[in-house]
Design a protein around this ligand. Sequence first.
Ligand code: FES
Length: 570
Amino acid sequence: MKDNLRSQGWFGKAGKDGFIYRAWMKNQGIPDYEFRGKPVIGICNTWSELTPCNAHFRELAESVKRGISEAGGFPVEFPVMSLGETLIKPTAMLYRNLASMDVEESIRANPIDGVVLLCGCDKTTPSLVMGACSVNIPTIVVSGGPMLTGKFQGRDIGTSDVWRFNDAVRSGEMLQEELTVAEACMCRSRGHCAVMGTASTMACMVESLGLSLPDNAAIPAADSRRKVIAQLSGSRIVEMVQQNIRLSDILTRKAFENAIRVNAAIGGSTNFIIHLLAIAGRIGVPLSLEDFDVLSANVPLLVNLQPSGNFFMEDLYYAGGLPAVMKELDSLLHGDCITVNGKTQRENYLKAACYNRDVISTINAPISALSGVAVLRGNLCENGAVIKPSAASLKLMTHTGKAVVFEDIEDYKNRIDDPDLEVDENSILVLKNVGPIGYPGMPEVGNMAIPKKLLAKGVHDMVRISDGRMSGTGFGTVVLHASPEAALGGNFAVVKDGDIISLDLEKRSLTLMVSDEELTYRKKQWKPRHKQYDRGYVYLYQQQVEQAHVGADMKYLRGGSGSEVTRDSH
Ligand code: FES
């Protein structure tokens, strides 16, 4: 075992190199025996006070360390770029690929035999998994856990209420002072967003892929069992190194199919698509946008969580957690997929029980037949667009209306509440230049607010189309990820005010009722209006980022470079 350890290529060396590798570590008070053939386990930590959802991770890392030490490993914690969804401008998504590079190179460059990824807020999960995939050493994920359910004026609230509160303040139904009080009521404990937003979706994604221990997704951050699972994960990663179980052993095509079906059943975020495609690209598993539609087609919505339903992540855990959901889905899953604990998915979930059928329904009496994501095709989105049916309004799923076009986010902000804006409840709002290159970074602005004058008339949903994303906590009849994005000059770039657009969810179509001749003419006149950056990371990003329908990773980051480093540093 000792001779096979990657870390011994550093700490096991004789002579000057070995001296240097060990000596400077010893300044931390580490005894010599730690370097003599123990599996070295990196704890990749996204702790940051600027990432509030992950602000408790140093404490969580201590539990992981305890597990590693008790199993005979040597823990080393290291920081990587942390992406806080709420604070980072212009959008955390702009930096997902950058953070993944940090993770990849930090793992590869250091004497690490296995790694524990501490993930929480939205982008911290995909960026860490993507980076780790490109190195492919034994890896386990520990999520930080959701916040406790918010409590406000006698009712439960979560992040999805931000959009409702915003509309209520704009329409005069809620006072600004009440909104301020709601801030602390919603975020009353450590952890990430408590609804089935992107962070919870990502935690469910890693569990359904087999990358975490069972129950990892739903245990609240404030629950003492979160520390227990962190400690157990620390102890398990040492065994994974001994058994040489790598990411590529777990992340098979079947594992991805499981994740897609589970995501449909939980009503997961549309961001799941973009992140799973990027992860598949790193580990080399073929996956296409169509797979999400086809694989989730016969999966009903089983989990009654906001934004598609009523409850919160805390309720999901008390109802039985993700294992209870997966047990219900057994007939649709590949139960034989191996997971990080060495057992199959089926071995893990078959012993699960459901304690609340209001939260986790049965497959025979689901919350809704509408689930997953629908992939739309048509001349408005030549490479596809997506919509989340469970978060959309039934009456708008087949809808034809006149486009009200905003050329970019500033245009939208300037005009959306203009009393003279020519818009009615049948209009279709179109927002351009919020794609990966155009914004840049593809922000979560796709669920545009309803114009004030329509809110006053009681309109709470409209068809909205953009080349951007939507927060996993958002809802509405919102078409997202239109590809190619407006910044590339396709048909989406030349939609004009008054054009007729037709959405037909059942037929999976999104059609711009404008002739090919007219579109060709418009495209000849078209000029890009997005800002082109000429230095730094954003320059590189705009040059290299791929479109949403393939995961918006950088072209040059697809695949991996493995874990071997042939040259020493001295
Ligand atoms: Fe971090 Fe929602 S803001 S998970």
